[in-house]
Design a protein around this ligand. Structure first.
Ligand SMILES: Nc1ncnc2c1ncn2[C@@H]1O[C@H](COP(=O)(O)OP(=O)(O)O)[C@@H](O)[C@H]1O
Ligand SMILES: [Mg+2]
Length: 353
């Protein structure tokens, strides 16, 4: 089923080539335009306003959270709000401390340096960054071996904006050097609806409220996915209809792309289906479950399970994976009478209604 790793699902949160091309046009330009994330927005707004008032460079900012929630967008907004230029690079792009030294030494006063995937920077670069962040200074090493000398170089004040999907992987000395950390949360459906309406306006797509709600419900709390699904729904609406997006058209389009009403894709459903139909809802071991869907254990564990767990459809227990009552309900199946969740479906349905 998922033999080809390039056969990427429509609901992965990582950006593909098309996303990158379109996203530039869809990015909110200032904090007012940025939807949701109320807490981060308020905190960041205070940090920036205070810096402006003091005519100073804002403290270094760390943005942490899953992909597609707006970290890159916020870094650009920080620069825009400060009227400062921005330099964009990433942890993996910095192989040697020298790469970082070259970037740091060419920064201008007040510039924003955006370091994406900062947890993937090399150790020596990381150590150089500590000094740069704290003292606005780097030691540039000239020469090799015993004759090498370190020449201290003053840097202009700048703001580092680091982004990471894995804040837990950051060494504490690095984490401590950020004056402010913004934790990005998944978006509520109503917020995603606003993202979709805004993007539809920019892309010149005619969409009604129910159409936007339908797409929002399938977007896994992630604006990048919402924008991608909107583009696919637009294609469908233009090819099969007159271009207008309604609830029925959005639902039919996303059924074609195998993104279900809750945002599950083919692999997610295959995993749930195997868990319910073959193993009676579990518990079953990860590797057995993976064999049943013809996948590597890692794929099931890293690609499918996180969202299923987040949605409360699957639970990881010491005895193996188990399905929740919501999983049976989602696939429209009845748990066998001996199942611990038998009879809970109605309760769940009633609670949800
Ligand atoms: N709060 C938001 N409001 C509107 N659009 C957003 C918001 N957050 C993200 N987006 C959209 O989602 C896309 C992905 O955001 P991005 O900043 O690249 O995410 P990240 O860097 O966290 O992976 C962007 O194109 C942007 O248009
Ligand atoms: Mg990004």
């Amino acid at each position: 089923m998922y033999d080809d790793p390039s056969d990427r699902s429509l609901v992965t949160a990582a950006a593909d080539g098309e996303d990158r091309a379109v996203e530039a046009a869809l990015r909110p330009r200032d904090l007012d335009e940025f939807i949701g994330q109320e807490r981060v927005r308020e905190q960041l707004s205070l940090v920036l306003q205070a810096a402006k008032r003091r005519a100073a460079t804002p403290d270094h900012v760390l943005l942490s959270g899953p992909p597609g929630l707006g970290k890159t967008t916020l870094s650009m907004i920080i620069a825009a709000e400060m009227g400062a230029p921005i330099r964009i690079t990433s942890g993996p792009a910095i192989q040697h401390a020298g790469d970082l030294a070259a970037i740091l030494s060419s920064l201008t006063e007040g510039e924003v340096l955006f370091l994406d995937e900062i947890h993937r920077m090399s150790r020596p670069a990381e150590e150089m960054l500590y000094m740069a962040m704290e003292d606005f200074r780097v030691d540039v090493v000239v020469g090799k071996g015993p004759g090498a000398t370190a020449i201290p170089l003053e840097l202009p004040p700048f703001t580092l904006v680091g982004a990471t999907t894995r804040a837990g992987l950051l060494p504490p000395p690095l984490r401590d050097r950020f004056g402010f950390t913004g934790h990005m949360e998944f978006y509520a459906p109503s917020e995603l609806e606003r993202v979709i309406h805004r993007s539809a306006r920019l892309l010149d797509v005619d969409i009604d409220a129910a159409g936007a709600a339908e797409i929002a419900g399938r977007s896994r709390g992630t604006p990048r996915i919402a924008n991608r699904l909107l583009r696919r729904v637009r294609d469908y609406a233009q090819v099969r209809h007159d271009g207008e997006v309604t609830r029925d058209i959005a639902a039919a389009a996303l059924d074609v792309y195998e993104v279900d009403a809750r945002g599950l894709d083919r692999l997610d459903r295959a995993v749930l289906h195997a868990l319910l139909k073959l193993f009676g809802g579990g518990p079953v071991g990860l590797s057995t479950l993976a064999v049943a869907v013809g996948e590597e254990s890692e794929t099931v564990e890293e690609v499918a399970e996180p969202f299923l767990v987040r949605e409360g459809l699957l639970a990881r227990t010491p005895r193996g994976r188990i399905a929740t009552a919501a999983a049976w309900q989602h696939l429209g199946l009845t748990p066998p009478p001996q199942s611990p969740v038998a009879g809970q479906q109605d309760l769940f349905g009633a609670a949800e209604a």
